[in-house]
Design a protein around this ligand. Structure first.
Ligand SMILES: C[S@@+](CC[C@H](N)C(=O)[O-])C[C@H]1O[C@@H](n2cnc3c(N)ncnc32)[C@H](O)[C@@H]1O
Length: 115
């Protein structure tokens, strides 16, 4: 099973602007180690950026960003918790004053920082 599949329900709820009651997400660092290995390897194989693999195989970053963009203005200072490799960040950053990206995985942040 692809790692992103368990998030599919949550993402569907986000797209519908509805978070299921009682949703609790608990994650420890160890659990996430290697999470992006599949996406990095697919990206190398296809000669594309890892975010492009997520866009195609998991959920399109632009569509996800559209869920939060109505709440953001050019003067907003935004904190994105668990930004991953920047799938959503790249569509939020140009629309706000400053975007702070955080993630538990160094390799994810390193990828998200790439221009
Ligand atoms: C399913 S990915 C989603 C990434 C990104 N938000 C997206 O939509 O593409 C979940 C991310 O949460 C990060 N994460 C998990 N637990 C975390 C924590 N306690 N603090 C910060 N980041 C965390 C993981 O490293 C992973 O990048």
């Amino acid at each position: 099973m692809r790692p992103g599949r368990r998030w599919a329900g949550i993402m569907a709820a986000l797209r519908a602007r509805r978070i299921p009651d009682g949703t609790t997400i608990v994650a420890k660092g160890d659990r996430w180690k290697g999470y992006y290995a599949y996406y990095f390897s697919e990206a190398r194989r296809k000669g594309v950026r890892p975010v492009a693999v997520l866009d195609e195989q998991w959920a399109d970053g632009r569509t996800t960003a559209e869920c939060v963009l109505p709440y953001i203005s050019p003067t907003s200072i935004v904190l994105e918790i668990a930004c991953g490799i920047g799938r959503v960040s790249r569509f939020v950053a140009p629309r706000c004053h400053h975007l702070y990206c955080t993630d538990i995985l160094d390799e994810a942040l390193a990828e998200a920082k790439k221009p």
